[in-house]
Design a protein around this ligand. Structure first.
Ligand SMILES: Nc1ncnc2c1ncn2[C@@H]1O[C@H](COP(=O)(O)OP(=O)(O)OP(=O)(O)O)[C@@H](O)[C@H]1O
Length: 617
């Protein structure tokens, strides 16, 4: 909006500044003057945005740019040409004439000017430009160079606090010390003077012949200031014409613990979920990358996709046999024990009725809690993505910005049992039920008198349910008291098709099933805060335990929650787009709302396959 106290005295003042700043003959300046005059008319009419535009066009930097532009235009029109291309020679001739001329104070002064080094340099620069002679003039090569002589290059680098940014190695056959790799963004790379493959001959005047790479490194480490390398350049310097690629690390990597890394100091440590910019894939084993959180630094070495996969496989087989159980199965309940559980059915059913919207069905949650073992194995492994086995260590990602016409991204909440996933989801939906909604789950149990098909559940036959499972249309499912319960992709799509944001909670093992270009899930991990905070904030909260519903939190429950959260983060952290610590409920809810909005409105890193599949016919 335009502020009312600005309009009246502005036009005159601004016009004056403009006419002084720019050349009125210039077309661009004239257009700008006219635009400003037009804008002045709207200034007083309070038209939205005019103030901003006026200030922009009238800003000093734009005026200064125009001045530069005007000067360049004038210069271009004048096309100045040198009067003579040999000013230096003329100056010498003048000096000769002056030598034979009788001395006078003026002649003395002229001789002094012509003899002054800066004047000679000025004339030399003038002639170079006038003759357009910009190539360096090298002295001719001596005639008696032996045929076998290798061309050498002397390279001087000034070492600062940072490493040089290159690694060296010894050639297996010849024993020569070679530059092994040049680190992207490092001093050597920025200098453009040394390349991978260059042969080192001398470092600071010391011959490296017969030395070990470690000895050469020692010489370099002891050097201060300028370091002089004598090198035999590689015949074909490598050209990095690869496209920059971004990946999400699906595993962690610690160079310090990797004896195979060519140079520990050049290694780039990363954690699950880090987004890496891969800048060099020339080496089949060691790539160069930066973290996107640290793009200003020089790159580091990371194992290539192929090498990391091999390392993972080796690690996998080197482990003593472990059943590699999924996370939730760490709660030590067996199927037999479950049969003996005494869940207060009455209380469960009574609670269920108090929830109005679908997706909060207690039996659905209890079913998940009770039968997660079968459910998780069936749903996740069925999709061919058993986590924990050797998966791709890097996932290519791209920046994705949802267009207003696109469907919303599915919001997935994940967290240890009791942390408040459902509470937060409920509160979010309550904020705006027309905008946020849960998906209606499916069940094979029969409909109760007060229920409506498609409101509490979609009531389907066992065969229909199983057909959804086999066709991978179930995001998660399980069995409770002999009935199947689950949430289908189609139920989520139904919500998204209505232009709403679907919010669902999932067991972490189900995330991989949901990660499709169709749903583009944004995964938010709800994390407990530390024990003392949890004890305080959960004083009056109630949980569903494996045996009872609506019990007060005990210290063991909180401890279990913390342990479980840690395990979830370790095992599934790479899939979390955002983490919220649920300490104060109101704060957590506000954070959730903001994260959900960002997921829909701001660019996010998503698997590249989600976006390329969008463009397929
Ligand atoms: N930040 C919080 N402060 C206090 N109480 C909370 C907070 N978050 C959740 N609660 C309470 O904790 C209890 C458990 O929360 P909730 O039912 O949402 O857990 P959950 O993560 O969905 O686990 P489950 O699926 O096992 O029920 C509820 O009584 C809820 O009101």
């Amino acid at each position: 909006m335009i502020q009312s106290d600005r309009g009246a005295d502005l036009p005159d003042k601004e016009d004056k500044t403009l006419s002084m700043a720019t050349n009125p003959k210039n077309g661009l300046s004239q257009i700008l003057r006219h635009v400003l005059q037009e804008l002045n008319l709207f200034y007083s009419r309070d038209v939205n945005g005019v103030c901003l535009l006026y200030d922009l066009l009238n800003s000093p930097w734009l005026q200064a740019l125009l001045k530069v532009y005007d000067s360049l235009q004038e210069f271009k029109e004048r096309k100045p040409a040198p009067t003579m291309p040999r000013a230096q020679a003329v100056s010498c001739e003048v000096m000769e004439i002056l030598r034979e001329t009788p001395n006078s104070p003026d002649i003395k002064e002229l001789r002094q000017i012509l003899r002054a080094p800066h004047f000679k340099a000025l004339l030399s620069a003038h002639d170079t430009v006038a003759q357009k002679d910009f190539e360096p003039l090298l002295p001719p090569l001596p005639d008696n160079i032996p045929e076998s002589e290798e061309a050498m290059r002397i390279v001087c680098l000034v070492k600062n606090q940072q490493p040089l940014g290159a690694t060296i190695k010894r050639h297996e056959m010849t024993g020569d010390i070679l530059v092994a790799r040049v680190i992207h963004g490092g001093l050597v790379e920025r200098s453009g003077l040394l390349y991978a493959g260059d042969k080192l001959v001398e470092v600071n005047g010391v011959s490296v012949e017969g030395l070990d790479p470690e000895q050469v490194i020692h010489i370099l480490a002891m050097s201060r200031g300028t370091i002089m390398f004598k090198v035999v350049p590689v015949s074909d310097p490598p050209v990095n014409c690869q496209k920059m690629m971004y990946v999400r690390a699906m595993t962690e990597y610690w160079p310090q613990e990797d004896p195979a890394i060519p140079c520990v100091d050049a290694g780039l440590p990363f954690q699950k979920g880090d987004i890496l910019q891969i800048v060099d894939q020339n080496d089949a084993l060691w790539w160069q990358a930066r973290k996107i959180s640290d793009l200003g630094t020089c790159a580091g070495l990371i194992p290539s996709n192929h090498l990391l996969k091999r390392k993972q496989r080796e690690f996998w087989w080197s482990q003593p046999y472990q059943p590699h159980t999924h996370l939730k199965s760490t709660i030590s309940i067996s199927i037999d024990e479950e049969d003996d559980m005494k869940i207060d059915e009455k209380c469960v059913e009574a609670d269920e009725e108090t929830f109005e919207s679908a997706g909060f069905r207690r039996s659905m949650r209890l079913c998940r809690r009770k039968s997660h073992l079968s459910q998780v194995r069936a749903s996740v492994c069925g999709a061919g993505s058993c986590h924990g086995a050797v998966g791709a260590p890097y996932e290519e990602v791209v920046r994705y910005q949802r267009r207003p016409s696109d469907k919303h991204r599915l919001i997935v909440l994940v967290g240890p049992s009791g942390v408040g996933v459902n509470e937060l989801r409920r509160q979010l939906i309550e904020l705006n039920p027309n905008h946020f909604q849960s998906a209606v789950p499916h069940t094979t149990r029969s409909k109760k008198s007060y229920e409506i098909n498609g409101r509490e559940y979609h009531y389907v036959s066992k065969e229909a349910f199983e057909s959804l499972v086999y066709s991978h249309r179930m995001l998660e499912y399980g069995e409770y008291k002999g009935h199947l319960y689950g949430t289908s992709v189609d139920a989520v799509q139904e919500v998204l098709n209505e232009g709403k944001i679907c919010v669902m909670d999932l067991e972490p093992q189900g995330i991989q099933v949901a990660r499709t270009h169709e749903l583009k899930p944004y995964v938010i991990f709800i994390k407990p805060s530390n024990m003392s905070c949890m004890k305080r904030s959960r004083k009056n909260a109630k949980i569903i335990t494996n045996y009872f519903v609506d019990m007060k939190f005990k210290d063991e429950d909180l401890q279990e929650m913390e342990d479980l959260a840690q395990k979830m983060e370790t095992q599934f952290g790479q899939f979390f787009d955002h983490v919220i610590v649920n300490d104060n409920l109101q704060d957590a809810c506000a954070q959730l709302l903001s994260a959900v909005q960002k997921a829909q409105e701001e660019p996010q890193w998503v698997p590249a396959t989600w976006v390329s599949s969008d463009t397929e016919p």
